[in-house]
Ligand binder design. Structure first.
Ligand code: E4P
Length: 218
């Protein structure tokens, strides 16, 4: 399974990349706003900075919600760097835009996906990635991980090549559950990725090894 980091924070992106396990980055307008990045020029500079850190896919989301605007914005974003994947919301104009981008060889991430039906439309339009939002479904007492599993099965059954990118991952257990249902990618906060390292037997085992070493070697 590939790991993307779900942030626009350059320090966190560097830290995850330096661990040697990072395959890409996802951003969205809320994550860009959280970093205080204002205005089109600054946003685009920021995407390029992210691409310069990571050797992997970087999702940059369009703000337009009608077809023509999405095409213009998506083509401009894709031209910034070969790592850019144009992130498009799962609405009618978005599906049409994904179909267009696919025909032009521009890679896409169909975002805000909450049902198998939406994921089917994204795959039929040729999306590179589909992003089911796990945490936001859990927030309303639905089963986000179950949706990821159903989309994986549906794509396998029909032979779609769109990759299932589990998004809105909130904690380490979500990552483990994504592995169990066969997600292609999980995009996670840095804390959730680092949480995979936690095991009390690793900590106590290391402590004992170092104590034994010191006892003999001083
Ligand atoms: C990433 O592609 C999504 O925009 C993001 O994971 C949403 O996460 P949230 O539900 O925690 O805002």
């Amino acid at each position: 399974m590939k790991f993307f980091i779900d942030t626009a924070n350059l320090d966190q992106i560097k830290e995850a990349y330096d661990m040697g396990v990072l395959d890409g980055v996802t951003t969205n307008p809320s994550l860009m706003a959280k970093e205080g990045i204002k205005g089109v020029d600054n946003q685009r500079k920021h995407y390029v900075e992210i691409c310069n850190i990571v050797q992997g896919d970087v999702s940059a989301e369009v703000i337009a919600t009608e077809y023509e605007g999405m095409i213009k914005e998506g083509e401009e974003l894709a031209a910034l760097n070969p790592h850019i994947v144009v992130k498009v919301p799962c609405i009618a104009d978005g599906i049409k835009a994904i179909k267009y981008f696919t025909s032009k060889g521009i890679r896409t991430n169909c975002t805000l996906v909450f049902s198998v039906g939406q994921a089917l439309l994204a795959a039929k339009a040729g999306a590179t990635y589909v992003s089911p939002f796990v945490g936001r479904l859990d927030d309303i007492c639905e089963d986000g991980i179950a949706l990821v599993g159903k989309i994986v099965e549906m794509y396998r059954y029909y032979g779609y090549t769109t990759q299932v990118l589990a998004a809105s991952i909130r904690h380490t257990a979500h990552i483990m559950q994504c592995i169990e249902v066969g997600a292609d990618v999980a995009t996670c906060p840095l804390s959730a990725i680092k949480g995979l390292l936690n095991h009390p037997l690793t900590d106590s085992g290391l402590k004992k090894f170092l104590e034994d070493y010191k006892r003999v070697n001083g």
